[in-house]
Design a protein around this ligand. Structure first.
Ligand code: SAM
Length: 283
């Protein structure tokens, strides 16, 4: 029961015993560092009975660390080949529920019983952004998300206005949460080793957004427009989004923002001011 799954020996043994072929397309890289899985689970700060959602348990390496905290673990795995493996590797834990499915097609609110929960996952890198955006946009009753992502994606989540990597993901993540990079993980902590360095980010979900906007949809429309053409001045971005010449002048005058600036330099407050000016102009 007590064998730690997150070691090279155990992962190798499990792979051999079940004749697994790591599916690169599904982003299958398994952690082989007990200290790393423990630190990820620690960051989630779970108490016995706390509901936690794991995405992509793989062979159960992180799942085991989560289960050890006594939390009520629900893990969604897409690859049916891993189901018999998880049955075996986690057989001694009665606080783990494995669900076979695609997280992007799962009704998560329903799955988690419409109650508050945390997310803790070593995400499949090919769909990191869609997963994060879906979880946040659905306004699920999440308190905290602890996710392992590519280091570069973690840096984009926490980037500040004007930086080369500041983008729509930065704004959305910072609108819904307070993100913090907790630590980095080298490729050799995984089997097979991925090509990139990874990082664990802790996203504390905000109770209220940091800026208030009249129409949230408009806010995200402005953000999307600003980053879809990074080289354009903001006045031209608004024109490209279908606003008339007079409209652009009126919106800029209302919010007091220079039309010659580029959208990628705007703070959340500035995006909100523009969105509200646009909303007022449309009324
Ligand atoms: N949790 C394990 C670990 O830390 O060692 C494995 C993490 S591995 C990076 C990502 C896992 O996500 C794989 O097991 C993969 O099969 C699974 N996965 C990929 N796409 C998925 C999806 N759409 N829904 C649910 N699981 C998915």
């Amino acid at each position: 029961k007590d064998a730690n799954l997150a070691t090279l020996e155990v992962v190798k043994y499990v792979v051999k015993r079940f004749g697994l072929h790591m599916n690169k397309r599904l982003g299958q890289n398994f952690l082989i560092r007990p200290d790393v899985v423990a630190q990820i689970a620690d960051t989630a700060d779970l108490k016995p009975g706390d509901p936690v959602l794991e995405i992509g348990p793989g062979i159960g390496t992180l799942t085991q660390a989560l289960a050890e905290t006594g939390a009520a673990v629900t893990a969604v795995e897409i690859d049916s080949h891993l189901l018999p493996v998880l049955d075996k590797t986690l057989e001694h834990y009665d606080n783990v529920r494995i669900i076979h499915g695609d997280i992007l097609k799962t009704d998560i609110a329903e799955l988690m019983g419409h109650k508050p929960f945390k997310v803790c996952a070593n995400l499949p890198y090919y769909i990191t952004t869609p997963i994060i955006m879906t979880l946040l946009e659905e306004r699920l009753p999440m308190e905290r998300l602890v996710v392992m992502v590519q280091k570069e994606v973690a840096e984009r989540m926490t980037a500040s206005p004007g930086s080369r990597i500041y983008g729509a993901l930065s704004v959305a993540v910072q609108y819904y949460t307070q993100p913090e990079i907790i630590f980095e993980i080298p490729p050799k902590a995984f089997m097979p080793a991925p090509e990139v360095t990874s990082a664990v980010v802790c996203l504390d979900v905000r109770k209220e957004p940091p800026v208030s906007v009249m129409e949230e949809k408009r806010f995200f429309q402005v953000v999307k427009a600003a980053f879809s053409q990074r080289r354009k001045t903001f006045a031209n971005t608004l024109k490209a989004a279908g606003v008339s010449k007079d409209g652009v002048a009126a919106i800029l005058a209302d919010c007091g923002i220079e039309g010659s600036r580029r959208g990628e330099t705007f703070s959340l407050d500035e995006f909100a001011a523009i969105a509200d000016a646009w909303t007022r102009y449309n009324k």
